[in-house]
Design a protein. Sequence first.
Length: 387
Amino acid sequence: MFPSLVLIAGTLLSSGGVPVSLDLFVSPGCSECERVEKRVVPRLNQLGGDLCQWESHDVTGRDGAMLLFAYAERCGAEPAAPPVLVVDRSRMLCGYGAISTGAVDMLNAAMIDRQREGWQPPPPPEIPEFQSPPDDCADPEDSGIPVDWRMRGMVFLGGLQDGINPCAIATLVFFLSVLSLGRSRRLLRLFTGLGFVAGSFLVYWCIGAGLLAAVRHLPALPLLRRVTNFGMASLLAVLAALSLRDAWRFRKTPVPESVTLKMPESLRTLSRRWISEHWQRGGVVLGGALTGGAVTVLESVCTGQGYLPVMAFLAQQPLSGRSVLELLTFYNIAFVIPLVAVLIAFLAVGSVVPLVEWSRRHLPVAKVLMALYFLLLAAAFVFFGVR
């Protein structure tokens, strides 16, 4: 096939043939994009020669993203994460695997099309007009690929496993035990508990936004990205192994000393002291919110085991800033769902003793679920970034 392709290209060149348009959609730091540029582009240039007319587009920019959407609509495909190759403005390939195996065939088909009588080159796609914002308000990152269900599912599971983390549950249970000692009415307990959950949500969201901003402003160097992803994958593998060991050891000997991944004793003491002394400051509802926010900062040393890798993964995806913040909010909603469930159980039972017993019995299960999620996230880092 390759010799015939070269022959066709030579024939078309000698007769002044129309070049084949090759639009490559990439994003900064994308490892698969680099593989396409290093392995596929030179091969196509060798086969097609001067008939290959390349144009590269950054999907993190507004123009690149809108052009990708226009091509996807023309080709009857869903906009996908880069790399994406559009051949002759009419054929789309998504991902390194599809591009490496299918690009030559599509280039061959485009050259054969040019030999047919009456052939006309495909026109550029129509890009829908939009109202541009003022220059001083434009957001260069307000573009990118859409968020699919797999990304939402991974983020939602991450928030849930973070919420069932024994560190977060234990802190809320202690706070509720302080509430029960105060012998306050159920409605007051409800609002105070909701204040605690709201404070945890807001502070944890801000921590995540800070992590995202820090990672997204790192230099987009391919080697640095690979090293970071390999480091994250290795860390997650270690955390998974330690979580499984904690589950095994606690099941055999159900004492706190059996657990390795937990909040340091000094921070646990500081957290409980803050709850005991400040939970009513500014009124019970505001005090609950302030207490929830303060202890969330302290317990993030423990809950951050999964939070940091998820934020690092999201920061590297070719998503718009708006989509990343949407996923961050989605994660934190999932994070507080277990906390709200514990609060409802407390209000229904009226005592923290059953909650403490339930938490102890199910700690091994929570650790196993955390380990499975760590392994899933490690695989995502390997699949999307280490290669």
